[in-house]
Ligand binder design. Structure first.
Ligand code: BES
Ligand code: ZN
Length: 881
């Protein structure tokens, strides 16, 4: 079988469904290899459809037993079964009921879409198109129905039986050999929100009283023995519920809210109505097993999935092109939640880092697509940083343009108009226009145009008129299939800082005082004039990254030092540190390339020392200042002729210099904030640990004997996983006997914990040493590794390919060949995970010629392989094009 590029699905071809489904009654008899699914659909022709004679139901990997219409068996000769569908011609033109009996094999399902088993637990994943692997259905988000689900199973194998909505009934059958539970969900939903779970699980229970006084039963179901690791997730859930009431006026709408943690899961978590299913790494946490980063991720993912109850579930998407309608908006909401719960500035820095690391390169490479794509081959490939992170930035920009209150008014109108519907981006944006009486016509271009705009800014000051002129030019680089671009409407938040370090009050010529500092940039080139500027100011531009753009502005090292010391906007102060670090690193890379060793980076190191010593700033923020740009950041900035080895060495050089220059400050930080004996995962405590660990990293980079001892002690005396894993990564990166000892110790301690042991895989996969590839290869044969477990694949292979640029990009091409081999092996049973792994090749064209040739060779081998999935074909061909 040769790989043909499958036909794309296009937004412009959208047609309403030919039939509607009012109710779905499922009766599922769970069995590991032979699960029987009976489905009774109450249906009717869609008055809005052009053609309603033929009914085509989606279905994949199903064994069909029987079809009945209004109770009468349909003879086999009267319908057609193809690999992707069940086709019934000549349907009734009034209401009818359709009964379908199918069989599926959960144990054989390693794609982890549809019904499968994870460590013995039956569970489902239906988004985006998994429901069609459970039964024949109109598997599209604009078909909304009310579901009743009866689940039946062997009570020993599956004592707990869960589905969406509220519990209705339970009982036993076959003299206790079977038992069953019935669940009823009163809210109409698309089938991608369906879920079912059966297995031996232990609940951790709590309750929440909604603003209007309803008691909601909250339950988190986990593997027996893990109950003591659920407290943080439960706490995060309650805080999310409260926050959504307070910030958006949104209350929960069922009697129960269940979360189930499973080990084998393609993604992080899923918002199924009333029954969220989570990757267990995003639920389970204790001080000894989880890092602060994991605690933070649990908080934000629990919030994210909970927030979908309104943005995604109550109002869903008309079609998958509108994915950002639920994902971008819900990411924006979870970011805001975290900002309110933690530090707003530090949260914004983290979100911007995420955007720049994942979305900017996507937008600049072969996989670039608009936030609302126009076509796709495999929808699973479009759960991207662009849809999620840039999608969230578009919501944030709307908020910046209409203001916090205007945004709330628009959201209120959105729920008023579209609750219970499958909506479009167009309808969403319209709500903000109508609620605020503003025009977002030009703003809509953000949804349909790919690429990161560049904002070239220049400020001049006129000593005679005492005015400053800011010229802003939009540069819109072309992206695949989109040569000419339209100018965008960007909110540009600015400040002008006078020589004494104070913000100048902005008085915009022709508009007056500019309290929030937001300029509306709409033209390709535009000049804004500020009056009453007594002396030459230093501009602080694109504050808080008020638009997802790249800023180009000519600032001297001195200007950056000034901003780093004085900017009242703490985000931009961090940005100045980051820009200064980046330009220093680029100079070092360039100097080393041309054989010079003269560039050291002393200016940057001194400026950083002064700002980090300021203990009036919160610890988490100071930790951010100390984090130098990553190798990936530097590669992205260089964009062309990238030599990962040179980048690695340049960065190591600067790290060492910063460690040496800041030595005393860093030692003070390290000593002052000793390990607390009582661990608390709150943001302030986590910030202290982050600062101390950042200091440790830089001190270690000096490489003195005392530094090595400090690091060893840090590992040995750690009383929580944050400190232990931080030290483990540093030790593993340094190599040698200390690394071997620490890894051995970690293994002995955690080998029976399937979550914690992933840290052991990661530590080895990201070590920059030349022996890493060989080690990673050997680890794929380790008894605790499994290619069928996505968490293991991400820990070992994923982190090697995406977090170890030096070894993944080995000049001999060994890293590429290894990754391609693994992608090919995984693609045979789990295309979604395979295609994601392939994404680590997306920037291959920017590599220096030698590595570029090797990467291309590996990718070409991949696309020639037989039987490649649609998922992998789509990514591979785009990357190679
Ligand atoms: N709806 C998604 C889960 C999903 C993604 C299902 C792709 C099917 C295909 C869920 O709401 C989600 O976005 N999860 C994220 C985490 C979130 C906090 C960004 C994930 O799983 O990574
Ligand atoms: Zn989501």
């Amino acid at each position: 079988m040769k790989n043909e590029t499958p036909r794309p699905i296009r937004l412009k071809d959208y047609k309403p469904p030919s039939f509607l489904v009012d109710t779905v009654a499922l009766d599922v008899a769970l069995d590991p290899a032979h699960t029987r699914v009976k489905s009774r659909l109450k249906m009717r022709p869609n008055p809005a459809a052009a053609e309603t004679g033929k009914l085509q139901l989606d279905g994949e990997n199903l064994e069909l037993e029987e079809v009945r219409i209004n109770g009468t068996v349909v003879p086999r000769s009267s319908y057609e079964v193809i690999p992707s569908a069940l086709i019934l011609p000549g349907m009734p033109q009034e209401r009818f009921s359709l009964d379908i009996v199918t069989h599926v094999n959960p144990d054989a399902n390693k794609a982890l879409q549809g019904l499968y088993r994870s460590r013995g637990i039956f569970c489902t994943q239906c988004e985006a198109q998994g429901f069609r692997r459970i039964t024949y259905f109109l598997d599209r988000p604009d078909v909304l129905a009310k579901y009743t689900t009866r689940i039946e199973a062997d009570p020993e194998l599956a004592p707990v039986l869960l589905s969406n909505g509220n519990p209705l009934e339970r009982g036993t059958a076959e003299r206790g050999k079977r038992h069953y539970a019935v669940w009823k969900d009163p809210h109409p939903k698309p089938c991608y929100l369906f879920a079912l779970v059966g297995g031996n699980l232990s609940p951790v229970a709590s309750t929440f009283r909604t603003r209007s006084g309803r008691e909601v039963d909250l339950r988190i179901y986990v593997e027996p023995g893990k109950e003591d690791r659920c407290a943080w997730a439960m706490d995060a859930l309650k805080r999310s519920m409260r926050w959504d009431e307070e910030r958006f006026g949104l209350e929960y709408d069922l009697d129960v809210f269940n979360i189930v943690a499973v080990s084998d899961f393609n993604m992080g978590a899923m918002e199924n109505k009333g029954l969220n299913i989570f990757n267990d790494r995003l639920i389970l946490a204790s001080p000894a097993t989880a890092t602060d980063a994991i605690y933070e991720a649990i908080e934000s993912v629990v919030a994210h999935e909970y927030f979908h109850n309104w943005t995604g579930n109550r109002i869903t998407c008309r079609d998958w092109f509108q994915l950002c309608l639920k994902e971008g908006l819900t990411v924006f909401r979870d970011q805001e939640f975290s900002a309110d719960e933690r530090s707003r500035t530090v949260q914004r820095i983290a979100d911007v880092r995420q955007l720049r690391t994942h979305q900017f390169p996507e937008d600049a490479g072969p996989l670039a697509h608009p936030v609302r794509p126009e076509s796709y081959i495999e929808i699973n490939n479009f759960y991207t940083a662009t849809v999620y992170e840039k999608g969230a930035e578009l919501c944030r920009m709307i908020e910046t343009i209409v203001g916090r209150e205007g945004f709330r008014a628009g959201m209120d109108l959105y729920f008023e108009r579209h609750d219970g519907e499958a909506a479009t981006v167009e309808q969403f944006v319209k709500c903000f226009e109508d609620a605020n009486g503003c025009d977002l016509k030009q703003f809509r271009t953000w949804y349909s145009q790919a690429g990161t705009p560049e904002l070239a800014c220049a400020l001049s000051w006129d000593s005679e008129t005492k005015s400053a002129a800011l010229t802003v030019e939009q540069v819109l680089p072309p992206t695949p299939g989109e040569e000419a671009k339209h100018p965008l409407h960007l909110p540009l938040k600015v400040g002008l800082i006078s020589g004494n370090g104070q913000d100048i009050e902005l008085n915009l010529k022709g508009a007056g005082p500019l309290a929030d500092g937001v300029l509306n940039v709409t033209k390709p080139r535009q000049t804004f004039t500020f009056l009453d500027v007594p002396s030459r100011p230093v501009p602080s531009l694109l504050r808080g990254l008020s638009a997802p753009a790249r800023l180009k502005v000519d600032l001297s090292d001195g200007d950056l030092e000034f901003l780093l010391a004085n900017d009242s906007d703490l985000f931009n102060r961090w940005q100045a540190a980051n820009d200064y670090a980046m330009r220093t690193l680029l100079r070092i890379v360039e100097a080393r390339r041309s054989g010079k060793r003269s560039v050291r980076g002393t200016g940057f190191a001194n400026a950083l020392a002064a700002s980090v010593a300021n203990d009036g700033l919160e610890a988490a923020y100071r930790a951010e200042l100390l984090r130098l740009p990553t190798e990936l950041d530097i590669a992205r900035e260089l964009a062309r002729d990238v030599d990962p080895e040179g980048i690695f060495r340049a960065r190591r050089q600067l790290l060492k210099l910063v460690g040496e220059t800041l030595g005393d400050v860093l030692e003070d930080i390290y000593q002052a904030d000793g390990d607390d004996d009582r661990f608390s995962p709150d943001a302030t405590s986590a910030g202290r640990r982050a600062l101390r660990n950042a200091a440790l990293t830089l001190l270690t980079a000096r490489g003195r004997p005392a530094d090595k001892e400090r690091l060893l002690r840090h590992y040995q005396s750690a009383t929580n996983m944050t400190d232990a894993s931080h030290a483990l990564f540093l030790l593993a990166a340094a190599g040698g006997t200390d690394a071997g000892d620490a890894l051995g110790d970690f293994y002995a301690r955690w080998k029976d914990d399937h979550l914690v042991i992933d840290t052991w895989f990661v530590a080895q996969a990201i070590a920059p040493s030349a022996t890493t590839l060989q080690r990673v290869r050997a680890l794929t044969k380790h008894p605790l590794f499994a290619l069928t477990a996505p968490n293991k694949v991400r820990a070992l292979i994923g982190s090697f390919a995406s977090m170890n640029p030096r070894q993944f990009n080995r000049p001999d091409g060994g890293g590429y060949n290894f990754a391609v081999e693994q992608v090919l092996a995984i693609d045979k049973f789990n295309p979604q995970v395979a295609a994601r792994l392939l994404g680590s090749f997306r920037s291959w064209r920017g590599l220096e010629p030698g590595r570029r040739k090797e990467a291309k060779r590996a990718l070409s081998r991949l696309v020639k392989a037989e039987g490649l999935s649609r998922d992998a074909i789509e990514i591979a061909t785009k990357i190679l094009e």
